[in-house]
Design a protein around this ligand. Structure first.
Ligand code: SF4
Length: 223
């Protein structure tokens, strides 16, 4: 059985139909802004001491003072802060028993993956899509290195938010469910009921879902 990719798991955890569209799309490149946001996760030390003017030109989602306050909080509360700033490895392709993909940061002793997310964090914890990706990365790392991995970190660098999670039974069950979903996709799955997710989905017009953005565009055209 071929290995499922981390990105398939991430999109299927959001919406299985989106995962299907990703699969049949011609490999789209992420916009340059995404890469700039990801880079923020590799220069926390610089960002902590940067002057506000230069920080304001970075793709951060909050004002520079709030950004530095959040990073300071992460520095003082996250046991693995130093490892996150200087990971043992970065952007490594790892293949496990069931899935494969790029692990954004690899921390060692103990082994732990960090997932860099380019969007906004939820009020607490991490989004389900990132939880599923973090479990996938941890499982792949554990398989490739022959040692258990029970924690992971999810970073939201544009917001200066870093959250460490335990790989609980609930998270692992969600990962296994999503893995099954991806393996079973052999045509467009049904649309999801949670239409709030469709608002930010780039496939909405193709999917035939009328989002608020699309509706207001049509109304403007008619008006
Ligand atoms: S528009 Fe909604 S249902 Fe369609 S692929 Fe996107 S998230 Fe899924």
């Amino acid at each position: 059985m071929s290995l499922v990719t981390f990105s398939e798991l991430r999109s299927a955890a959001y919406c299985p139909r989106q995962c299907y569209y990703d699969r049949v799309a011609d490999g789209r490149e992420p916009p340059p802004r995404v890469e700039r946001i990801r880079e923020l996760a590799f220069r926390y030390a610089d960002s902590l001491t940067a002057d506000h003017e230069s920080l304001a030109s970075a793709p951060i989602a909050v004002d520079p003072a709030t950004y530095q306050a959040r990073l300071n909080r992460a520095r003082t509360t996250n046991d693995r802060w130093d490892d996150l700033c200087s990971p043992a490895d970065r952007e490594v392709l790892v293949a496990g028993r069931d899935c494969r993909g790029i692990v954004d940061k690899v921390l060692d002793s103990p082994l732990e993956p960090a997932v860099v997310a380019t969007g906004a964090p939820p009020d607490r914890g991490v989004w389900e899509t990132h939880s599923v990706t973090a479990v996938a990365a941890a499982k792949a790392l554990a398989w490739a290195n022959g040692e258990p991995v029970e924690t992971a970190t999810v970073e939201y660098p544009a917001h200066g938010v870093v959250r460490r999670i335990d790989l609980t039974t609930r998270r692992k069950a969600a990962y296994r469910r999503t893995l099954r979903t991806v393996r079973e996709i052999d045509g467009p799955p049904p649309r999801i009921d949670d239409r709030s997710k469709c608002e930010t989905c780039t496939y909405a017009p193709r999917c035939g879902v009328r989002t608020r953005t699309l509706r207001s565009r049509l109304e403007r055209r008619r008006g």
